[in-house]
Ligand binder design. Structure first.
Ligand SMILES: [Zn+2]
Ligand SMILES: [Zn+2]
Length: 361
């Protein structure tokens, strides 16, 4: 069948929206009409040429839409079901899948690097040549086939435009705090970065019952948004020492993922506290660590991938918080663009303005 999709041809070149060929859903897949896609930091790494990926590639992995057709072996979904896409169509059999971390699945990681699906070719083509999938997904397309196991029912709890954020930023940010940082009730949590994932970390800390949530970001407009959504105090990197004069965070979450932000998060974590690295670094980045942080000060530095939980388990938890009003999606939705305006959407996302940039194919 035909679909229109946004093709990435290389760093520094505009995305091209054009018609491509999409294979029919295989027996275990569903065909989804994509309603909304959030532009994620992962997409920007590829756009900026920081990660090498095969081309042409359909970027986008933070998607939501409506099931349009199902494969012969699918019994969990029906046409018309509203779904959020997880970007972890894992093998289900490797050690990481068995420990409940499909995002770490070796087959998935291979597929992400190769721009394919974990269980085979891309299922997308142009003039007989393969079109590759960003993050094993390729959501910047009007129609998309995905494994039925990664089309997660979302019901009517949120409009699809808001629900798209659940698929990556919310699962990643809220999950990193709830399932990996795990602050004690009343604890002080430092969130480094007030982009899409950072703002969900702030909300995760609020949901976890943190007593104080400090958010640091260089952009004033993003800090204002962090304060509206639950940060009890905010600071620029320069102002952080003053803000933290009286209280050392019990834990810190780095939602950015540069060596500088990770070092900042670790430095300000109190002795014995836990620092969680959430943002993905550019390829080749290295950390310069002082062993005394771990020996003398007994700090713990760990990471969190896709919210440190199987999205099939964590998404229902997040939806529960959406229903109760504890997890807000709408304030985090930024400017919205049509598929034909995808380059404006990428530019808006690169500019780092508040709110997740959304494309509505
Ligand atoms: Zn993402
Ligand atoms: Zn696996």
């Amino acid at each position: 069948m035909k679909t229109r999709a946004a093709l990435f041809h290389g760093a520094g070149r505009p995305l091209e929206v054009r018609e491509i060929e999409l294979d029919e859903p295989r027996h275990h897949e569903v065909l989804v009409r994509i309603a909304a896609v959030g532009i994620c930091g992962t997409d920007l790494h590829v756009v900026k040429g920081e990660w090498d990926r095969p081309k042409p590639m359909v970027l986008g992995h933070e998607g939501a839409g409506t099931v349009e057709a199902i494969g012969a072996a699918v019994d969990s979904l029906q046409p018309g079901d509203k779904v959020v896409l997880s970007w972890a169509p894992s093998c289900g059999a490797c050690a990481d899948c068995r420990r409940g971390r499909p995002a770490a699945c070796i087959e998935l990681q291979r597929a992400i690097a190769a721009g394919t699906r974990p269980d085979g070719p891309t299922g997308m083509s142009l003039d007989g040549e393969p079109v590759y999938r960003g993050t094993a997904t390729g959501a910047l397309s009007e129609l998309l086939t995905v494994d039925a196991g990664v089309a997660l029912p979302v019901g009517d709890d949120a409009p699809l435009k808001h629900a798209a954020l659940l698929g990556c930023a919310a699962l990643t940010g809220v999950g990193a705090v709830l399932f990996q940082a795990r602050p004690d009730p009343g604890a002080t949590v430092l969130v480094v970065g007030a982009g899409g994932v950072g703002l969900f970390c702030v909300q995760g800390a609020r949901i976890a019952g943190a007593g104080a949530i400090v958010c640091v970001d260089p952009l004033e407009a993003r800090l204002e948004q962090a304060a509206r959504i639950g940060a009890t105090s905010t600071a620029t990197p320069e102002g952080l020492p003053q803000t933290l004069r009286e209280v050392a965070p019990d834990g810190a979450v780095d939602a950015v993922g540069t060596p500088q932000t990770t070092e900042l998060a670790l430095r300000w974590t109190r002795n014995g506290g836990r620092t969680v690295l959430v943002g993905l670094p550019a390829a080749g980045e290295r950390l310069d660590l002082d062993p005394a942080e771990f020996v003398r000060r007994e700090k713990e530095l760990t990471g969190s991938m896709y919210g440190s939980e199987d999205p099939r388990r964590s998404l229902p938890v997040l939806l529960e918080h959406v229903r109760s009003g504890a997890l807000e999606l709408e304030p985090l939705v930024g400017p919205t663009f049509a598929l034909d305006e995808v380059n404006e959407a990428i530019d808006a996302s690169l500019a780092g303005l508040p709110g997740r940039v959304i494309v509505t194919p």
